[in-house]
Design a protein around this ligand. Sequence first.
Ligand SMILES: Cc1ncc(COP(=O)(O)O)c(C=O)c1O
Length: 322
Amino acid sequence: MNLPPRLSFAFLPTPIEPLPRLSAHLGGPQLWIKRDDQTGLAGGGNKTRKLEYLLADARAQKARAVITGGAPQSNHCRQTAAAAARMGFRCVVVLRGEPPAKITGNTLLDDLLGAEIVWTRDASREAVMQAVYEKEKAAGNDPYLIPIGGSNTIGASAYAAAVEEVADQTGDGAGFTHFCFASSSGGTHAGLAVGAKALMPNTRVLGISVDEPVDALRANVARLATETAAFLGLPFTVTPAEVLATADYVGGGYAIMGDRERETIRLLARLEGVLVDPVYTGKAFGGMVDLIRRGALTKSDRVLFWHTGGQAALFAYADQLV
Ligand SMILES: Cc1ncc(COP(=O)(O)O)c(C=O)c1O
């Protein structure tokens, strides 16, 4: 694949660790975890990989400010703020809703990392991001707009490259039958689907939705994967029917923590000393555990869970976790 230029601030390759105590507890497939929660910058997570490519593009375009947006506890915004600080860029993050009474978790970190926070209040996030872009441009700050989740062809390329990383790390992909991970804006999912189609065609790439209905997620991932494959010079497309996804574990909705997430966070913490978060990885890991308990993933499977980070949000949910 013809990867675009990238900066180098992520700790790569991230380790692949077995989860022997959890595998034995569940009596199902052999489980491994890809520690993309340890990608560095200010707390790790999947966005660091994407930002290596996105900020290389920003720098090539002579930007001096980056603008992005997300939910109040957006890990993407926090890592964008960190990467911008590292690069000496100004950073504005547009967060959905009203300013909270108490600043905590990722929002606190956005502030510590020097990002300006703009709250959307009643307006749409896209409209506010565009307005901020125009304002920064008029002020002569040479802004660069990063879409929600960093999920465009440049950002998704990072996850196609991450499959190459797993292939290099394990020799032959370690015979992984499945990749499982949290999917939302689709960049991680699209990149992994493209990388696997090119390099590990026997591995099934199962995205567990944390918010989107399954048909919308499949359509979005197929579109982005097809565009990313073309961007990387790969000779294939990805159809919605090829995109493996489930929305059975969205539960109460985006960022709503229920019993499944709460139990999963404790299970993984106490059996393996690994922390997952209430919004993304706890939901996805809980979904994967349920698929194992229901026999959809079996003893003969070898499953790699991509830990995409998010632990900073744990502190914003402290009241609901204890
Ligand atoms: C911790 C974590 N996991 C997974 C995701 C989903 O990744 P994507 O937006 O590429 O679907 C995000 C996105 O914000 C995230 O912060």
